[in-house]
Design a protein around this ligand. Structure first.
Ligand SMILES: NC(=O)c1ccc[n+]([C@@H]2O[C@H](COP(=O)([O-])OP(=O)(O)OC[C@H]3O[C@@H](n4cnc5c(N)ncnc54)[C@H](O)[C@@H]3O)[C@@H](O)[C@H]2O)c1
Length: 338
């Protein structure tokens, strides 16, 4: 079977890792093209990843007849434009980092462009669905190990940001809820097979006072009721003093399932006069690294086998719709009904 030729747009924090995975770790894929508006990133990719070509203009990829699909890993504000242009140009297979778009208008526009297009495989970057423990948790929930599920609890804490970085990042990311909790919402939908109907939440600024001007928060907690009756609690932070912490617990009538606690970097424990301890992961990539390879491997395999990806356009769409509603709930202090 021919290998799948991919072009990637965006070679930043995450795009660069995706490009390396395509080039070195996904045997049935070829890194044909790389694109970035940062010349140094392109120069580095040319020498270390040896794509067939590199370009500053993503439009070049869209008119390349050799390319089987594109991977979009640019800043979130460009996702809508790039997905729509790729769909209109006849690109057959598209992977895009989360979020699908930044507002309701964008995600509607994407859905319309996709409906008119010939795109066969579309996958959104909900990489956590490819985590081994999370997949096992879903399987055990479906098998009824903990009986009837009652409550899901999600913790998503980023290590403490440098204030200037956070102030630069916050407006382009869509804010704390939009950026940090989108994976958790996707997992809650996947685990429950249901959608949120009522959302209540509180946010606050506990460390980065200048976020007030940007109408963002550094910590928040949400409580939701899902259509199937389940309760879902999510909390998130931009200033976790001990590192990166992602944890999930499902509680049911016959027991509980829990992953990510304690937040360990590895299986090593140290014993000193200070006591016993374990290292915490220090950023998201370190914790989720294997899932980024697995999700792109899935994308490539779906293209080769003509399969529907496990993570679809609708999943991306619903997560954005929810993120907008949750942000509204925290901003107004009122319960939002979806
Ligand atoms: N799945 C996850 O857990 C996860 C984690 C981090 C980031 N992300 C998502 O990945 C995306 C990228 O985030 P990042 O942190 O890597 O960003 P980044 O700022 O580090 O990199 C952005 C890249 O996009 C390129 N770019 C921007 N505009 C472009 C254009 N018009 N044409 C071509 N290239 C362009 C830049 O040159 C740069 O290479 C975001 O949408 C973010 O939400 C997902």
């Amino acid at each position: 079977m021919d290998r799948i030729k991919l072009g990637i747009v965006g070679l930043g924090r995450l795009g660069r890792h995706h490009a390396e995975n395509i080039r070195f770790r996904i045997p049935n894929a070829v890194l044909r093209a790389v694109c970035s508006v940062v010349k140094e990133e392109l120069d580095d990719a040319i020498s270390t990843l040896q794509p067939d070509y590199a370009t500053l203009r993503y439009e070049e990829l869209l008119s390349d007849p050799e390319l089987d699909g594109i991977v979009i890993a640019t800043n979130s504000a460009y996702h809508c434009e790039m997905i729509c242009r790729a769909a209109e140009a006849g690109v057959k297979h598209i992977y895009c980092e989360k979020p699908l778009g930044m507002n309701q208008k964008e995600i509607d526009q994407i859905r319309e462009a996709m409906a008119k297009s010939k795109v066969r495989v579309f996958q959104i970057g909900f990489n956590r669905r490819f985590d081994r423990s999370i997949r096992e948790m879903k399987k055990k929930l479906d098998e009824g190990l903990i009986g009837k599920p009652i409550l899901l609890k999600f913790t998503s804490r980023d290590p403490r940001w440098r204030e200037e970085d956070l102030l630069r990042f916050s407006p382009s990311s869509g804010g704390l809820i939009f950026d940090m909790l989108t994976h958790d919402y996707d997992l809650a939908r996947w685990f429950t097979g249901s959608e949120a109907v009522q959302i209540h939440g509180y946010g606050g600024i506990y460390e980065y006072g200048k976020l007030r001007e940007l109408k963002d928060w550094d910590n928040c907690a949400l409580l939701m009721r899902f259509r199937n009756g389940m309760m879902v609690f999510m909390e998130t932070s931009r200033n976790c003093a001990y590192g990166y912490h992602a944890e999930i617990e499902a509680f049911g009538t016959h027991g509980a399932l829990r992953m990510g606690y304690p937040p360990s970097r590895d299986r090593l424990e140290h014993f000193t006069p200070m006591g016993m301890g374990r290292g915490c992961p220090q950023w998201f990539f370190e914790y989720w690294e294997p899932t980024f390879q697995a999700e792109l491997q899935h994308f490539v395999t779906c293209i080769q086998e003509g399969r529907e990806p496990e993570v679809s356009l609708l999943d991306g769409y619903e997560a954005v719709r929810w993120a907008l509603a949750a942000t509204e709930a925290v901003r107004t202090g009122k319960e939002v009904t979806l």
